[in-house]
Design a protein around this ligand. Structure first.
Ligand SMILES: [Fe+2]
Ligand SMILES: [Fe+2]
Length: 148
């Protein structure tokens, strides 16, 4: 059974972002399945590396959108991203050093709950700003094209 399932409550109504969040949920589940299957540390390390890399690129992508949307809570949001990144890099370093039991159920539940809380709480807050910025960009483009 997967550790977590993506559901509509996690949807922000922004397809590109929702797809990235779905991919993150998928990678957390992949890591959980590998742990449950008793995979070797090297295998767990590879799955974890993919999760860490994808998480970092997702965070960077969101932060770029914040500057475009002039999102007023971007610094606070980025602090949450940085705190999680710091935590997963610590976990990654321990797994790489072969510390047994690093990827405990507690750690996996922490990742799962962080993702759910962050998406449904912090990420949801930027959606209105993003949509407003997109509308402005579209109407500016239309003006340039003399559509309106
Ligand atoms: Fe996100
Ligand atoms: Fe975020």
């Amino acid at each position: 059974m997967p550790l977590m399932t993506w559901n509509e409550k996690m949807s922000l109504g922004v397809v590109g972002i929702d797809n990235q969040h779905k991919k993150l949920v998928g990678l957390v589940n992949e890591l959980y399945d590998a742990i449950q299957a008793g995979k070797a540390n090297a295998v767990l390390g590879r799955v974890l590396d993919e999760l860490v890399a994808y998480t970092e690129s997702h965070f960077r992508g969101e932060e770029e959108l914040f500057s475009r949307a002039r999102y007023p809570c971007s610094a606070e949001h980025k602090r949450e991203h940085d705190a999680l990144t710091g935590r997963v890099l610590e976990i990654q370093a321990k797994v790489r050093a072969g510390v047994q039991g690093t990827l405990s159920l507690e750690v996996m539940n922490f990742l799962k709950n962080w993702l759910i809380d962050h998406i449904q709480g912090s990420d949801r807050k930027y959606v209105a700003y993003l949509n407003a910025a997109r509308e402005t960009e579209i109407s500016e483009q239309n003006q340039d094209l003399n559509v309106v």
